[in-house]
Design a protein around this ligand. Structure first.
Ligand code: GLU
Ligand code: ZN
Length: 472
């Protein structure tokens, strides 16, 4: 095992948006591959033609590219491998490890429902395995649809999950499950094993929902005589209320986070901690650090909790720490959307230095930055109501005159003017600061005021004061 190349995969079904759990699974596989200098493979499990869509495949590829989870092989598509699965099924039939089932799936389902209502455990009773040859011939002559079932061998399955420890399953608790449907499509448990074996995967790292499928899959590996990979089943991700994760908890699809102004690096760091931690208090880790520290042994068995506030905080840290040049590249598309194209580059960088420490998302940053460029300030109505009245307007008019007279429009000089006016009026500086901020930025909170005023520039400051003062 030690000299073997580590090979892992993510195997998404392209049936909808990319949810958080899928990205977390992809990330853990990717981190594991990178930390062992192994290979990470992308396989699209699109056997269900009615539910799989090309848009979903595109979203998966675009999403992984956005967060920079790169793959070494693939994407492979299961829909292009049906012949392979059929051949494996044929082989199992020949070896008498599988058999045809002529039962009508709807009728079996009805039996299952009835038993369930009576609270009786129900399992397919192998009736077609025992059919006489002449009956089978008759069914075949009628062209009766037939599925292929795997004959569960009479042996206990025991395996060691890296995260969940020893798992044991008795054969009487496993049904002769269908491997090929009557329509010729393979079932998940069948195609997954063939592909994982053919692609020589060494570790299967996936969501805990699949832990229950693993004994069936192990029996198939054994039936084919393939080596059994290691398994690691990742914990569930729940909302802060311990309920199934949903939009209510702020869980979005991957590309929606991009639109909402999250940085890919923050998403990666956040997801890495959904079920794993390096120990200690270390939380902010870039990819290099994650690759260095990640191990399956430190993945928790307990459910992980998705806390959107933590993601917001983490995003704020990544925005704050990002070099302003680089950050400007992330922000520009957001500014473009609202038709703002910063011209003076040096001024743009200063504006970013000033604002990036105060925001949680690129959307918030965009709004704060746009205040420096826009012709019409968006006034927060609560802030207006609270701070703009006839008396504060008088103060603002005096400030306006003082600022306008300044030849050197610097933060320091602006602050001096405001403080002198406050002193002259016998009021606290804060009494002037808040209305001033609202008049100039539309908001009651934001970046440091005097630097903001300096960067706004004399002309815009005068224009904005004039506007708010003249308003009824
Ligand atoms: N297509 C399966 C899924 O998305 C893959 C499960 C697995 O990793 O084995 O759930
Ligand atoms: Zn049957």
């Amino acid at each position: 095992m030690t000299h073997q190349e580590i090979r892992v995969r993510i195997a998404p079904s392209p049936t909808g948006a990319i949810h958080v759990g899928l990205v977390r699974s992809a990330l853990y596989n990717w981190l594991f591959a990178r930390s062992h200098k192994g290979k990470f493979i992308l396989r699209i499990e699109d056997t269900d033609a009615t539910r799989s869509t090309q848009e979903s495949v595109q979203a998966i590829i675009e999403g992984f590219k956005w967060v920079d989870i790169d793959w070494d092989e693939g994407p492979y598509f299961q829909s292009q491998r049906f012949d392979i699965y059929r051949n494996y099924a044929k082989k199992l039939l020949q070896d008498k490890k599988a058999y045809y089932c002529y039962c009508n799936p709807d009728e079996l389902e009805e039996e299952r429902q009835k038993a369930w209502q009576k609270k009786i455990a129900w399992k397919y009773d192998r009736r077609c395995y025992h059919l006489d040859k002449d009956i089978k011939d008759k069914f075949d002559a009628e062209n009766r649809p037939k599925a292929i079932r795997f004959l569960i061998p009479d042996q206990t399955v025991i395996f060691e999950d890296i995260i969940h420890g020893s798992i044991k399953k008795e054969p009487q608790d496993i049904e002769d499950f269908i491997i090929m449907r009557a329509d010729g499509t393979p079932t998940y448990n069948f195609s997954v094993v063939i592909d994982d074996a053919e692609m020589k995967l060494t570790h299967i790292i996936r969501a805990v929902e699949h832990l229950a499928n693993t004994p069936k899959q192990i029996l198939l590996y054994q039936a084919f005589g393939y080596p059994i990979p290691e398994f690691a089943h990742l914990p569930l991700i729940l909302g802060t209320d311990k309920k199934k994760l949903s939009k209510r908890h702020g869980a979005l699809s991957l590309l929606e986070y991009k639109k909402a102004g999250y940085l890919a690096d923050a998403i990666i760091n956040f997801l890495a901690l959904l079920g794993w931690s390096p120990g200690g208090d270390l939380e902010i880790m870039d990819r290099t650090k994650l690759i260095e520290l990640f191990s399956l042994e430190r993945v928790n068995k307990a459910n992980a909790i998705f806390d959107i506030q933590k993601l917001e905080w983490m995003n704020s840290v990544y925005i704050k720490n990002m070099d302003s040049e680089k950050l400007s590249q992330e922000l520009l598309p957001f500014l473009q959307e609202i038709n703002i194209a910063p011209d003076d580059h040096a001024r743009f960088m200063k504006i970013l230095d000033l604002t990036k420490v105060r925001v949680r998302t690129l959307i918030e940053l965009r709004d704060m930055v746009s205040a420096f460029y826009t012709k019409d300030v968006q006034y927060d109505s609560d802030a207006l109501h609270k701070y703009i009245n006839p008396q504060t307007k008088e103060h603002l008019q005096e400030l306006n005159e003082r600022f306008d007279k300044l030849t050197d429009f610097t933060a320091q000089n602006l602050e001096n003017e405001l403080r002198q006016l406050a002193e002259q009026k016998g009021i606290k500086a804060a009494v002037l600061v808040h209305p001033c901020r609202v008049a100039l930025t539309g908001k009651s909170v934001g970046a440091p005021l005097f630097e903001t005023i300096e960067l706004l520039g004399k002309a815009k400051v005068k224009e904005r004061f004039d506007k708010i003062i003249s308003q009824a």
